[in-house]
Design a binder for this molecule. Structure first.
Ligand SMILES: [Zn+2]
Length: 264
């Protein structure tokens, strides 16, 4: 029997324990897309694989092709993203990013650009003063890459330019609607022009452009940013069969660190 082995950069999207000592990891790989792999002995404290099998970790791993699951045989950590692990808010945002990559991609369907988008967004998340903007920037690029980019400027049905403020956004149809198509659509949510403009701008910058995100943050109100969050969550959730878990985590963490607005 020949043991086929390959090496690839990976990011850990998800992990579950297997038996007493092992882990099953869901990996986003550069060349082979998303795949599940076994890390034998990774739960033993002395394991050489322990660090590389933590959530979010970016490493270069060697895998042996197995009958059902591939097996991790070696790993060298490229980036452990310690700056994320020390901060609950950043952990919550990183959890959403990895959950989205897991949910929006099929197994063994390579998306090299998505791999680097994830790595760059995690790097940005370590440093940024605006985790929400880094995440929305990541979401806009991810949706575009997997073919679900929302229509934020033109009617999702006929392409007419939209000027209404707020404009009706249909999660089911994946975009804003002109008055004619609004009448035939089901549920819509109001999307302000500022919110739509912020979404479009984020699609044209890298999540690592902290200077650009800083400038955007200075010119957009918290209300506009929350508007984009609601719009993107509704748009993404409509395209997924099961509810996303991480948005609740982000809400809980945000509530924890936001002082109550009424009374002191
Ligand atoms: Zn229309």
């Amino acid at each position: 029997m020949t043991l086929r082995v390959y090496t690839t950069p990976v990011v850990v999207l998800h992990r579950t324990n297997l038996g007493e000592h092992d882990k099953i990891l869901t990996l986003c790989t550069l060349e082979r897309g998303k795949l599940n792999a076994v890390a034998k002995g990774a739960r033993k404290p002395i394991s050489k694989l322990a660090g590389a099998t933590e959530l979010f970790t970016h490493s270069r791993v060697q895998l042996a092709v197995g009958r059902s699951l591939d097996v991790i045989t070696q790993a060298e950590i490229t980036d452990s993203f310690q700056g994320i692990r020390n901060d609950l808010t950043r952990i919550a945002h990183a959890s959403l990013m990895t959950e989205l990559v897991d949910r929006f991609t099929e197994e063994r369907d390579p998306h090299p650009q998505l791999f680097w988008l994830l790595v760059n967004a995690l790097r940005a998340l370590e440093q940024t003063a605006h985790p929400d903007l880094v995440t929305h920037c990541f979401e806009m690029h991810l949706l575009s890459e997997v073919g679900y980019g929302p229509h934020l400027a033109d009617c999702a049905i006929c392409g007419t330019e939209i000027h209404a403020d707020p404009a009706p956004f249909s999660p089911a149809l994946g975009g804003v609607l002109c008055p004619a198509h609004r009448r035939r659509a089901g549920d819509t949510m109001p999307a302000g022009l500022g919110t739509l403009s912020l979404g479009r701008t984020l699609l044209h910058i890298s999540p690592r452009r902290e200077d650009a995100l800083e400038a955007l943050a200075a010119h957009t109100s918290p209300e506009i940013r929350r508007g984009l969050e609601r719009l993107l969550r509704a748009h993404m959730q409509y395209r997924l069969e099961r509810p996303l878990k991480s948005p609740d985590f982000i809400r809980e963490v945000t509530a924890l660190y936001t002082p109550p607005s009424n009374g002191r």
